[in-house]
Design a protein around this ligand. Structure first.
Ligand SMILES: C=C(OP(=O)(O)O)C(=O)O
Length: 567
């Protein structure tokens, strides 16, 4: 069994076909007729552009317009004035088009590779793809055709480039395994769009397999099994069938409103960690973003992201959601989330220490940068600002005052933003829960962070296995806390959502309906399943179950009751 990154969910069993898109050989000649060589290069760029447009057009149907844009992006990269100028400069000094272009690509790829964020590093893979395709055009080498692989193929490659993916006939490909690539790599995005199970970053995979070998791809757990036993094949075939039939059943909920069995509408959003994830939320039919964990932007960098970098990221998420709500949480640093360049001191009790809004309000210069970026991005969609780890009214007042100050600043600079932008509180501490009625007068909305609410309510470190038996949102204390928060928000007439894991728990959903939760924010892949569970409960049925659950004294009793009533 080999472990990699779960790039695209699902299970596949099939026969390996190794894909290697090698760079064509060419002779590095010295050029005397440089004008003719430049024309040859320009003709190759034109041919590349035409071919790529055609591939993107063909891909639109299989992977959707958004994802097909990845290939269109290759044209932009190739025709970038910098790239063009450097290549032509080398040709003018007598280097042949192939060598000139290859060295330009290597230089750009090297630069992108050094970036701290995965999105920019991804460009190095894109440049590699462009390089091989352009060299093939320049040398007259035919394109590799993976559209002809037989049904039941497991594609194995060092990396699956966007142009290779364009040729995939999805009915024939049972799975994909690559040696490189992460969750947000283009190969992962395209595999998900094609709904082909994929495991990425399996070190040395190409050398471990041979054509025709049987392989299992488990894209849910990020595992692949080479030369599996008959038992393993049967096990994974069964998993595959169950996965596909469950998925097919959920498809009836796609494009539908999220409503309870008696027709009450709630919002169903997705959680994201970067702007790219928003595309997955949209593709999975999420109705908005209920939690953008911005700390990932900070964690993936080597210094504080600038206002412009943050603005671009927030704007991209807002634009992807096309006017639907995008709730962006300000930096939730500390606790288990370390950002080395911030130089936070080691604390004995980091979860109870200098973190989240506490840190931000004492580091106003960097908080101002984030809030300004959020305000500017609010001109491009329905962005809402969410403040993490609120424990007292002062904190939400201070953030609102800061936002007001920044609005005046932007007014003076004539920069557009949403003047009615909402500032909400993440409710994840017992203190916030106990004063939910007071906070509801100050915050424009609530979102319950049950991951932390459970940890703080039960005084149990969410990462400590020894006390994990206490870490459950079925505990009567946590249930009462959730009910209190939701009721306080509803009494004050503000929206109340939930963005912790509990929002997607099918056993808990009836209780949340009964308490009056207005918005569920879950991982993109849980959207349809959550909509399906919500549709199975009427308010009256949910109330009956909630009354029973709230009368119970222990977590075990609650868990048993909820399991016995699962739908
Ligand atoms: C969603 C939450 O935040 P985190 O990013 O800490 O999981 C939560 O605490 O429920």
């Amino acid at each position: 069994m080999n472990k990699g990154i779960a790039g695209s969910a699902g299970y596949g069993v099939g026969k390996v076909v190794i894909i290697s898109d090698a760079k064509p050989e060419y002779e590095n000649r010295t050029i005397t007729d440089t004008d003719a060589e430049i024309k040859r290069y320009d003709d190759a760029v034109a041919a590349f552009t035409e071919k790529t447009h055609a591939m993107a057009e063909a891909m639109k149907e299989s992977v959707g317009e958004h994802n097909a844009e990845i290939l269109e992006g290759h044209i932009l990269l190739l025709t970038d004035p910098g790239m063009d100028e450097i290549t032509k400069g080398a040709i003018m000094s007598g280097t042949c088009a192939e060598a000139a272009f290859e060295s330009t690509c290597d230089m750009f790829a090297g630069m992108f590779q050094m970036a701290d964020d995965e999105l920019t590093r991804q460009r190095a893979t894109d440049i590699g793809d462009i390089k091989v395709r352009m060299l093939k055009i320049l040398t007259g080498t035919p394109d590799m055709n993976i559209s002809e692989v037989p049904a039941g193929t497991i594609l194995v490659a060092e990396d699956l480039t966007p142009s290779m993916t364009a040729g995939i006939v999805k009915e024939n490909v049972a799975g994909i395994i690559t040696a490189v690539g992460g969750k947000t790599s283009h190969s992962a995005i395209l595999a998900r769009a094609l709904e082909i199970p994929a495991v990425l970053s399996v070190d040395g995979i190409v050398d471990m397999v041979s054509d025709g070998m049987t392989a299992v791809v488990d894209g849910c757990d990020g595992i692949c099994i080479l030369d599996p036993s008959q038992e393993e094949v049967d096990e994974y075939q069964a998993k595959r069938e169950k996965y596909l039939s469950d998925k097919a059943l959920l498809e009836v909920y796609r494009g539908k409103d999220t409503v309870t069995a008696d027709g009450a509408k709630v919002h169903l959003y997705g959680n994201i960690g970067n702007p790219e994830d928003a595309k997955q939320v949209a593709a999975c039919d999420g109705e908005g973003v209920g939690l953008f964990r911005t700390e990932f932007l900070f964690m993936g960098a080597s210094e504080l992201p600038s206002e412009e970098e943050q603005f671009q990221a927030y704007k991209a998420a807002a634009e992807t959601m096309e006017g639907r709500e995008v709730i962006i949480r300000t930096l939730d640093v500390g606790g288990d989330k370390d950002i080395p360049y911030l130089g936070l001191e080691k604390e004995d009790n980091p979860f109870l220490g200098f973190r989240a809004v506490r840190y931000c309000l004492q580091n106003k210069d960097s908080y101002r940068v984030q809030l300004r970026a959020l305000l500017r991005a609010s001109a491009f969609g329905d962005i809402k600002i969410m403040v993490p780890l609120v424990t007292c009214v002062d904190e939400i007042r201070s953030v609102k005052a800061l936002v007001k100050e920044l609005m005046a600043e932007l007014d003076a600079e004539n920069i557009a933003y949403n003047k009615d932008i909402q500032v909400g509180a993440m409710i994840e501490t017992p203190a916030a829960s106990l004063i939910a009625d007071l906070l509801a007068k100050e915050a424009d909305f609530f979102s319950i962070g049950t991951n932390d609410l459970t940890q703080y309510t039960m005084a149990v470190d969410r990462g400590n296995a020894k006390v994990a038996y206490l870490y459950s949102s079925y505990n009567p204390a946590v249930l009462r806390s959730m009910k209190n928060i939701i009721e306080a928000a509803n009494a004050a007439g503000i929206m109340v959502g939930m963005c912790g894991e509990a929002a997607a728990d099918p056993l808990l959903i009836p209780l949340l309906i009964s308490f009056g939760l207005g918005e569920f924010s879950v991982s993109a892949t849980s959207v349809l399943a959550t909509r399906g569970t919500i549709a199975k409960w009427s308010k009256a049925e949910a109330d009956e179950l909630a009354a029973k659950a709230l009368s119970l004294a222990t977590e075990t009793e609650v868990a048993e009751l909820l399991k016995a009533n699962a739908r």
